[in-house]
Ligand binder design. Structure first.
Ligand code: GDP
Ligand code: MN
Length: 387
């Protein structure tokens, strides 16, 4: 789950990281009064779950409350990378001398939390990593004793800092590490971490991604989720308790169990097909879940055929079969489908589906081969039953 900049700034501030004060506005008028209250030059920033707002015109400076209103007028209602901007942040404009990058990531390759920093901050860090990887400094936290102050100081020296900048940088890095752990983040970054005219370090932009699997123990973070920043299919999937990841292919996959879903995608690829999605419908396969899953899959216009692969363990295949038929009758769009249904009561399940003219397969390879042929137009399937 992504947090907005203004939400992350508040969390960093609470942990003693120097972040300039700010106000959030949803209308140009609110931005105007925020700017008047702040006084002097202000920066107006789109609050949107996309990076590179600066380049996209989502960050503007204004000299007066009226200027702030005009800037907010332009930014509000903008779309950045397809996402709507519904709020702007208004903060005193910083007088920047130098922009650095500082972040922590969950580093799966090294099985720990890793600090990344660069003296070439402000810009897109992925670009720095690609073009000039030598400009990125890394330091791994020991999983047992945690990230240590001497590591933070080492990084500061490597970035070319000296004097009080080293102390300030190390202090910010240690606090940032605490925020990362405390919130079960998978990414937490300050970009730019700026040296401002007074000579102090300030966090001028902040981004945090929280591990979805930890949200149950962070209700206060879960409540911060901004649904306007999610694709409608993601919102629907989350509501129905379905794990859904959109991919680029044309074969929709509806599967129960994450492992089986992975195996299904592998098998589709083995037969030369391209999965349109990963979808784990969860333990059961009730009519409601099947309906939600099919709606999510079929919302993608690229999908030409759907492979339903259900293993009836605790859930009985006949119950699943009825769920599939009921679900099918509730969705609008029709594409050919192949169902592979095995497990408890599979004969009855298959009879129910065949009675409704829905093609079934008894093995995963048979089902995958067939759905790939159908998607390629090499086999004309029976019309999919529906309402
Ligand atoms: P991002 O493009 O989405 O990462 O948005 P940022 O908040 O990082 O802003 C992009 C760039 O705008 C920064 O790298 C700065 O160069 C500039 N910027 C942001 N805030 C200020 C500010 O308060 N004063 C000045 N002068 N520039 C700023
Ligand atoms: Mn930034």
């Amino acid at each position: 789950m992504n947090l907005h900049e203004y939400q992350t700034r508040e969390i960093l501030r609470r942990h003693g990281i120097p972040v300039p004060p700010d106000q959030v506005a949803s209308t140009p008028e609110e931005a105007e009064s925020a700017a008047a209250a702040i006084g002097g030059e202000v920066v107006i920033k789109a609050q949107v779950h996309a990076g590179g707002r600066g380049k996209a015109g989502g960050v503007k400076l204004a000299n007066s409350p009226v200027g702030a209103r005009e800037a907010a007028e332009q930014i509000l209602g903008m779309q950045i990378k397809g996402l709507p901007v519904n709020k702007v942040l208004v903060a005193p404009a910083a007088d920047i001398t130098n922009e650095m990058y500082l972040g922590f990531i969950l580093d799966r390759a090294n099985k720990t939390v890793t600090l990344m920093a660069s003296a070439a901050g402000g810009v897109d860090i992925e670009e720095v990593a690609e073009r000039t990887p030598e400009k990125i400094v890394r330091a791994q936290a020991d999983p047992v004793i945690g990230f240590q102050p001497y590591q933070a100081r080492d990084v500061a020296y490597e970035l070319g800092l000296s004097g009080r900048h080293v102390r300030q940088f190390a202090d910010i890095a240690m606090r940032l590490y605490d925020v990362f752990l405390e919130n079960d983040a998978s990414l937490l970054e300050i970009n730019p971490l700026a040296i401002v005219a007074s000579g102090d370090l300030q966090a001028l932009d902040a981004k945090m991604v929280v591990d979805d699997n930890s949200l149950f123990r962070h209700p206060e973070l879960a409540a911060m989720e901004d649904h306007t920043q999610l694709a409608p299919s993601e919102v629907e999937a989350a509501r129905a308790g379905i794990t859904f990841i959109k991919l680029d292919g044309d074969i929709g996959c509806m599967v129960n169990g994450a492992g089986l879903a992975m195996a299904t995608m592998d098998t589709v690829k083995l037969y030369g097909g391209e999965p349109a999605n990963f979808l784990d419908i969860g333990g059961g396969a009730s009519a409601e879940q099947v309906t939600a899953a099919l709606n999510i899959i079929l919302a993608d216009p690229k999908v030409r055929a759907v492979l339903i692969n259900i293993f009836g363990g605790i859930t009985r295949c006949d119950v699943v079969a009825r769920g599939i038929l009921e679900g099918l009758s509730a969705v609008e769009r029709r594409v050919p489908m192949v169902v592979r249904l095995v497990g408890t009561n599979e004969e009855e399940g298959r009879r129910i589906l065949e009675g409704a003219q829905l093609p079934t397969a008894s093995s995963l390879s048979e089902a995958a081969e067939r759905v790939v042929r159908i998607a390629r137009g090499e086999e004309t399937p029976a019309p999919t039953p529906g309402a």
